[in-house]
Design a protein. Sequence first.
Length: 141
Amino acid sequence: MSNALPETWSARCRCGAFTARMSSPPVLQLVCHCTDCRAVAGTPFSNFAFFRARDAETSGATTKREFVADSGHATVRECCAQCGDMLIDRTAGFPKVIGVLAERIDGPFTFTPQHHVWADSKLPAVEIPPGVTAYPRGAAA
Ligand SMILES: [Zn+2]
Ligand SMILES: [Zn+2]
């Protein structure tokens, strides 16, 4: 038993209309090099912190971009309907977690990725730092 106060995290898109609030710490942080994230976010790779879905809630109007993951499961990127910022990653194969774009998490939060995933799809100019686990495709389910 711990008497520590519950910690909460929040994230928001650039314009602030789409927000997420998480009441437990991230369970996994990773850098995703997949083409789906790249197509939606427009950045070479995406930094995600994954939180327990049951401890996370989002609010605001979104546009959803749906893809089929390598596993055959649907994978969705949720973007703000107003500014278009990608904020959330939900994948049917990992229903217990949601990914939140790390740069959009309000401080103090330091992104510390344990893995890089979809390294096979990464842009040639992007270097994966030594000492970090890189999976050629998605992380093992
Ligand atoms: Zn927005
Ligand atoms: Zn991705």
